[in-house]
Design a binder for this molecule. Sequence first.
Ligand code: PXP
Length: 237
Amino acid sequence: MTKLSVNINKIATIRNARGGNAPDLLQVAKDCELYGADGITVHPRPDERHIRRSDVPALRAILTTEFNIEGYPSKEFIDLVLRVKPHQVTLVPDKPHQLTSNHGWDTIAEQGFLRDVLNDIRAAGIRSSIFIDADIHMAEYAAKAGADRVELYTGPYAELYPLDAQKAIAPFVRTAEQVRSLGIGLNAGHDLSLRNLRFFSENIPWVDEVSIGHALICDALYMGLSATIEAYKNCLK
Ligand code: PXP
């Protein structure tokens, strides 16, 4: 079954708004695990606008499920992940002050850079994933660079899904089939929600993990965290 990794960036955004420790990020992460999350994802950014660098080792110490750290592989980011040793590192091609990830790597143009970074991550015994658009060539060159997995950027799927679900899913199925034939793992994330997740999962049931933050935390405002996580897990059954 596809695993659900809950991205807790938004919890840190709320905490940072008041300068104190409410909501308590570590407690929320533990509760997500208690309510059925298979993993926790964070995206520490250089400006620390949500997850702070100091949150990362603190989370590593208390989590009992899979810990995924995503981010642009600056020297500072790589030093942090090599020190903390999460289960998985997801490389995203974000600029430092970008609002949110909005495209995947050009794995052909960045082949040399990615290969070097992936070597360091592999040497530390950490699983790697590269964020890519739904494009078979990007998948092929991610595998050539040595990635253990790719994460498909699902923003375009989420946008088109309400208008034409078949058209929205088609490039993702094609790329997911290519990923499977390359023998590497498959993750997906961005803008997945209770509206579009089930259809995605039914069409690509071999996805290893989805990572979901924004919509899940929004739903939790109405449904509560426990019922929300259960509802997302149900979409993956
Ligand atoms: N995957 C990556 C690489 C991301 O940067 C994000 C956003 O932090 C997500 C998944 C989760 O996206 P969303 O918050 O829209 O669920």
